[in-house]
Write a protein that binds this ligand. Structure first.
Ligand code: AMP
Length: 547
């Protein structure tokens, strides 16, 4: 026997329909690549997305076609997602920070038929056009006046394409399990692997993300998604905002402290989201210019662990509530968020920061466990480290084209590649990527924890900890530091600062000062490159053993 409720499919375009009916006048503000600030409403975006769908059909594209975007966050990029899914197509975000060879590999692997691009990235595409023969054309997201001279073939102007259409169009109805979007992992080792979201997974992720213990966006919010649309499905914000009718403020290409501050204040932003590096730039700008954040209420920080000093500054100095989130491309991406449980609101400030510095707890629809190397579940005691495994309706089932083979355990859990603890209250804390853990004398040292304490030192700008081979202990930690501009600080001073804050046997065996620490295309510290850089490094403690 079946129940008798309406079987309405969960399709992302219905989110924009909802915004059209219920929030037609709410604004989407964008700083454009061309330099100006553009304003439109959800009603405008709905019409323009429909026109784009019509134009894409007129060009011969349809259901199941993968159409890529290489672009900053602007209203056009937002419309492109809905215009593409509106014909039953699949949006595929490309990360412009990847190397050219990685980009062409991904474009070919995904079978992209068209690439939407900002003016900024035309030269990148010109450079790889010969390597991507299956791409049938390029849509430059600008108006006729700004169209560039280009060697690309089959080039269309976005605004001209739209202008040529009536907007009299109904979204193509697809199955809710049909492909909707694609995003590739950044692939620090080997080739990038692709994740293909469905309409259903995106809609369920939106509902979970918008619940108040998770991202919790509201209609009254003015949202600045600094996180790019090309990073991990934009953390779900391109669907979350229209689902509640929040105002969207797109930063375009400018993510420096001054530009972000300008938008935060001028557009009275209440809610924003980005990786820690962006907030580091904003904080420097605020401190150098003695500025405040009077409108901002909430900041979501994820992608890398939030350093405690950043968390405390936001909360205490600027009165902004931090939502520390963990997730990954493979999870659409939200996995956990450090929001309080009953009683925590009455804790002291320091106790609350102890909670928020953790990556947090999973919402309903996300299941999580930690296991040992043999797949046995480990206790949730806040001490045992293990492989972090996840299961849920917006977690990847397999990579595109089956890359990597079977990626779930026999209970359907996906190995995130992260190593974590889970405490008795259910709060998860990442200690490392499994490839980055430092194994010293058979025990694991958390590089992330040491890094986050080290950046609390007032003269440290950035810190990375890697394992260096050691004749007695297998590996020992080396702390790599970038000093703050103009600051003088010694190895002894840094080690003295760490003393008492971490276990004695976690103390780095050495500290080296560098001008630069390598980062991945999504702003994470590139430990692999750093380890290669320090391959021949001899720790002073290793020499002592050898003597
Ligand atoms: P991506 O798919 O590029 O977003 O990368 C996902 C990976 O980023 C995760 O598997 C983690 O290793 C890392 N990550 C994301 N959020 C956090 C966080 N809040 N703390 C620590 N690591 C994080």
């Amino acid at each position: 026997m079946f129940g008798a409720m309406q079987d309405v499919p969960l399709l992302v375009n219905r989110i924009l329909d909802h915004a059209l009916v219920n929030h037609p006048e709410r604004e989407i503000v964008s700083r454009l690549v061309e330099g100006n600030i553009h304003r439109e409403t959800y009603a405008d975006a709905h019409l323009r997305s429909r026109k784009l769908s019509q134009a894409l059909q007129a060009l011969g594209f349809g259901q199941g076609d993968v159409l890529a975007t290489l672009a900053w966050n602007t209203h056009r990029h937002f419309e492109a997602w809905y215009g593409i899914t509106g014909i039953g197509g699949v949006y595929h975000t490309l990360n412009p920070r990847l190397f050219a060879e990685q980009l062409s590999y991904i474009i070919n692997h995904a079978g992209d038929k068209v690439i939407f691009t900002d003016l900024t990235f035309v030269p990148i595409l010109e450079g790889i056009e010969k390597e991507i023969p299956n791409v049938k054309g390029f849509i430059i997201m600008t108006d006729a006046a700004h169209m560039p001279e280009t060697t690309l073939s089959n080039v269309h102007c976005y605004e001209d394409l739209i202008d040529g259409q009536s907007g009299d169009f109904n979204w193509v109805e697809v199955d809710e399990r049909a492909p909707c979007g694609m995003c590739y992992t950044s692939g620090t080792t080997g080739n990038p692997k692709g994740v293909c979201y469905t309409h259903r997974s995106n809609v369920l992720h939106t509902l979970v993300g918008n619940s108040s213990d998770v991202i919790g966006l509201r209609s009254v919010d003015s949202l600045l998604p600094v996180v790019p649309l090309f990073h991990a499905n934009a953390w779900g914000l391109a669907f979350g905002a229209p689902a509640v009718g929040a105002k969207i403020v797109n930063p375009g290409p400018n993510m420096d402290g001054e530009s972000i501050y300008q938008l935060l204040t001028e557009e009275k932003v209440t809610f924003t989201a980005a990786v820690p590096t962006v907030w580091l730039m904003l904080m420097q700008h605020l401190e150098n210019n003695k500025l405040d954040l009077p409108d901002l209420e909430t900041v979501v920080i994820g992608g890398s662990a939030v350093p405690r000093v950043m968390l405390e500054k936001f909360e205490r100095d600027y009165g902004v509530s931090v939502k520390h989130a963990w997730g990954m491309t493979e999870m659409s991406p939200l996995g956990t968020i450090a929001s309080f449980k009953a009683g925590m609101e009455n804790m002291t400030f320091d106790e609350q920061m102890d909670i928020k510095v953790k990556q947090g707890r999973p919402p309903y629809l996300m299941e999580m466990k930690i296991t040992d190397d043999d797949g046995n579940e480990l206790p949730r005691d806040g001490k045992a480290f293990g492989h972090l495994m996840v299961r849920g309706p917006f977690v990847v089932g397999e990579y595109i084209k089956g890359d990597g083979g079977q990626i779930l355990d026999e209970d359907g859990f996906f190995d995130t590649g992260d190593v974590a603890t889970i405490d008795p209250l259910g709060f998860m804390q990442i200690t490392d990527r499994s490839k980055d853990v430092i194994k010293s004398g058979g025990e694991w040292i958390s590089s992330i924890e040491i890094e986050n304490i080290a950046v609390g030192h007032e003269k440290v700008q950035e810190a990375a900890v890697i394992g260096i081979a050691h004749p007695k202990w297998d590996e020992r930690p080396l702390l790599v530091v970038i000093k703050n501009e103009g600051a003088e600080v010694s190895k002894e001073e840094i080690l003295g600062y760490l003393e008492g804050k971490i276990a004695k046997w976690w103390m780095p065996d050495d500290v080296v000062f560098v001008d630069e620490i390598p980062h991945t295309a999504t702003g994470k510290i590139q430990k692999l490159t750093l380890r290669q850089q320090f391959e021949d490094y001899k720790l002073p403690t290793a020499e002592a053993v050898a003597e």
